[in-house]
Design a protein around this ligand. Structure first.
Ligand code: 5GP
Length: 249
């Protein structure tokens, strides 16, 4: 992998590893406000307790994320994404990450089904928005507004904004996937603060953190293939990428 790129007419060099995530590595760069992400081939489930190396997964995630972030930008959503620099690497803006996973659900699936005992794929109206405290050690526990505020993880204003922004992103992505006959069942987002305090979308947008099913066959095209041992995960991811790429032509 090349460790030099350019951005805004400046040379950016990859620096030391900042953080080793479950499916990506995060590096410092020669610019204090820019990070270098590398998507690995690791697939994990049960918060990292199950993991496997799956050839081509990093490239597929990187390419899908790029197209979805680009689409959000075209719809005026501010995000940390700066540049797709190789098949598996991207530059992003360094943010002060809010330690909250925002889950948006259009249909019941996964933990919503096991927690509330409703039938899988029940349509949820209005949409469901949930917050989880990001902590592998604690298994990402459910967290509510007053807990977020009392623990100083987010202000009341920021919580309001997390709800508004995640609902807006849901509308845009749901419509985009509908164009390629895919239903967006649910997904997880993360946000961070810029130096000026402004909160924007961070993390990645890939089938690792969203449930996607083919609207006709009901077939899973996301990490549920791996979680539920339903075959080769890259078949689903590749299908998502090919359909998104067709929209670019
Ligand atoms: P559930 O709460 O049903 O397990 O997940 C809801 C949605 O959020 C799914 O699309 C799932 O992929 C995503 N999600 C929830 N927690 C995590 C997480 O810790 N990491 C990732 N990558 N995605 C998550």
């Amino acid at each position: 992998m090349n460790n030099v790129t350019d951005y805004n007419n400046q040379t950016i060099t990859r620096g030391d590893l900042k953080y080793q995530g479950k499916a990506k590595s995060v590096y410092w760069t020669s610019q204090a406000d820019i990070l270098w992400l590398h998507d690995t081939n690791q697939a994990t489930a049960l918060n990292g307790k199950v993991h496997e190396n799956i050839s081509d997964k990093g490239r597929l995630n990187s390419a899908i994320s790029y197209l979805l972030f680009k689409h959000l930008h075209q719809h005026g959503v501010a995000t940390h994404y700066l540049k797709h620099i190789s098949e598996t690497d991207e530059l992003v803006e360094k943010l002060d990450i809010i330690p909250v996973e925002v889950v948006v659900r259009n249909f019941a699936s996964g933990h919503f089904v096991s927690r509330f005992g409703v039938a899988s794929m029940t349509e949820l109206t209005p949409i469901v928005q949930e917050f989880y405290y990001k902590s592998d050690a604690l298994d990402d526990p459910f967290i509510n507004d007053s807990q977020l505020i009392a623990l100083h993880y987010a202000t009341a204003e920021e919580i309001k904004s997390l709800r508004l922004k995640s609902a807006e992103i849901n509308d845009i992505l749901r419509r985009r996937f509908a164009e390629i006959n895919i239903e967006l069942i649910d997904f997880k987002l993360e946000f961070g603060r810029r130096a000026d305090g402004n909160m924007i979308l961070a993390d990645e947008l890939s089938p690792d953190n969203m449930r996607l099913v083919d609207k006709t066959s009901g077939q899973s095209l996301d990490k549920d293939i791996f979680r539920q041992h339903k075959g080769d995960l890259t078949v689903g991811y590749r299908e998502v990428l090919q359909r998104l790429e067709k929209l670019e032509k």
